[in-house]
Design a protein around this ligand. Structure first.
Ligand code: PHB
Length: 362
């Protein structure tokens, strides 16, 4: 069988040995102060044969935090912790991008500095509950950002990007997916603003483009990616015309000549898909986007190879399979059986279910 996933590919300034990407995966195992540790370094190091590793979502500021024990990239201690990770991955010959994250309304006063309200484009609460240090609590109605505050948000992304450079990463991915802050600005059930950041598709895309500009200033365009989830309903997301907003945003991203566009595919288990409009997968964006596309969401070796063979994408990111299979590349290449991920150890805890999945001993 021909296996295009195992062929090399150019991504921005890098040539990667294969097209298999470790997807960003929240695992809630940072230490006090949201600082990455040697355990986190081991986890990524074990997976370094992926063509590209993308870190778990990492908050750019204290206000960007939405879950217990997720790592940040805004303090010197966090930068030092991430250096353990990048050194370990580089020693194994891997490449690793950091995912820059601000959760916006997907937070809770318990997680915010001084117990303040989370910030968002508009004062609209998501459905459901926030994960706090003392258990699940109903989401609160966030505070709408003032127009004058938006430059500070962009500045937080710039500082996060600079810190990632200092921590030794190979690039960064801007998290604009899954109902977090930048996605909240894009979609019209979370953005009811009447200023230049709300209303038209141009206005709702403005913050993403300004953040991208700031991050590209730091890294150069060929080491920056953007992740979007155009069909997802996770975190109570919905847009009345998703083809219009995401089609426009992706067209505008062309001008940066980024390392890649990263798409969360439609109908991913746990992330939902609104059924009243067509799914927007890689096939929809291929003719719109001029650069490299990574697609993610429930792929197998077989369907991943098909996505590349049919030229709907250039690389495929694997999440759940990477949780359980540190040597996923080698297993795919050998057609070896795969370990099954254990859901009970996805979020939080120690090395159990994190660094103790065995490699294939074929
Ligand atoms: C999560 O912690 O549930 C989570 C984080 C980032 C994502 C998606 C889910 O993009």
């Amino acid at each position: 069988m021909s296996a295009p996933l195992l062929s090399s590919v150019k991504l921005g300034r890098y040539t990667l040995p294969n097209r298999i990407v470790m997807a960003p995966l929240t695992r809630n195992r940072a230490a006090a102060g949201n600082v990455p540790t040697a355990l986190n370094a081991l986890h990524y190091e074990q997976r370094a044969s992926a063509g590209l590793l993308i870190t778990e979502a990492t908050q750019i500021s204290p206000e960007g935090l939405g879950y217990p024990n997720t790592p940040g990239i805004h303090s010197p201690e966090q930068v030092a912790g991430w250096k353990l990770v990048t050194d370990a991955v580089h020693a194994k010959g891997g490449k690793i991008f950091l995912q820059l994250w601000h959760v916006g309304r997907i937070s809770h006063p318990d997680l915010q500095p001084d117990g303040k309200l989370p910030v968002a484009p508009s004062a609209i609460a998501p459905e459901g509950e926030a994960a706090t240090y003392t258990g699940m609590k109903p989401f609160v109605t966030p505070r709408a950002l003032e127009l004058e505050e938006i430059p500070q948000i962009i500045e937080q992304y710039r500082i996060g990007a600079k810190n990632a450079l200092e921590a030794g990463f190979d690039g960064v991915e801007i998290h604009s997916a899954n109902g977090y802050l930048l996605d909240q600005f894009l979609q019209d059930n979370t953005n009811l603003r009447t200023d230049i950041y709300g209303g038209s598709v141009e206005n709702r895309t403005r913050l993403l483009l300004e953040v991208t500009e700031a991050v590209v200033d730091v890294w150069g365009s060929d080491r920056v990616g953007v992740r979007i989830s155009p069909s997802g309903t996770f975190n109570s997301m919905y847009d009345s015309n998703r083809a219009a907003i995401f089609g426009y945003a992706v067209k505008k991203l062309n001008r940066f000549n980024l390392a890649y566009l990263h798409l969360v595919a439609p109908r991913v288990e746990g992330f939902g898909s609104a059924e009243d409009q067509p799914d927007l997968g890689a096939e929809f964006f291929r003719p719109i986007y001029n650069g490299t596309i990574i697609t993610a969401g429930g792929y197998s070796f077989e369907t991943g190879n098909q996505a590349i063979a049919s030229d709907s994408a250039d690389l495929v990111a694997f999440g759940r399979l990477y949780i359980a299979n540190p040597d996923l590349v080698e297993r795919f290449a050998a057609n070896a059986p795969l370990n099954k991920p254990d859901r009970n150890t996805f979020y939080g805890g120690d090395e159990k279910g994190y660094t103790d999945y065995p490699t294939w001993q074929g």
